[in-house]
Design a protein around this ligand. Structure first.
Ligand SMILES: [Zn+2]
Length: 97
């Protein structure tokens, strides 16, 4: 199952403000993108893009159980996270040929 996670944080809570190697960044964003964390949570990031100036990140993630998403977003739980089930449009369109 695919889900879109729309993550938004405020400027004063920006993860990169302390630097990309800072403990706050490593404990949140770097952890979120680590293979170990994907294995531990059972959630894999399929794709992710950011709107840096808008302090917003859009992730497409895949999991076999939506309950696992609660554990997955734990590192970034102190910000706004909207989770929506989605479908792979590229795959759906390829079925029409
Ligand atoms: Zn930010």
């Amino acid at each position: 199952m695919l889900f879109q996670i729309i993550h938004k944080h405020t400027v004063d809570r920006c993860y990169s403000a302390a630097g990309y190697g800072s403990s706050r960044f490593m404990d949140t964003i770097a952890k979120l993108f680590s293979k170990k964390f994907h294995n531990d949570t059972g959630v894999t990031i399929v794709n992710a893009v950011i709107d840096g100036p808008g302090h917003c990140m859009y992730m497409i993630v895949e999991t076999d159980d939506h309950q696992k998403l609660t554990h997955f977003i734990e590192p970034i739980h102190d910000a706004e996270n909207e989770v929506v089930p989605v479908s792979d449009m590229m795959y759906l369109m390829s079925l029409k040929d």
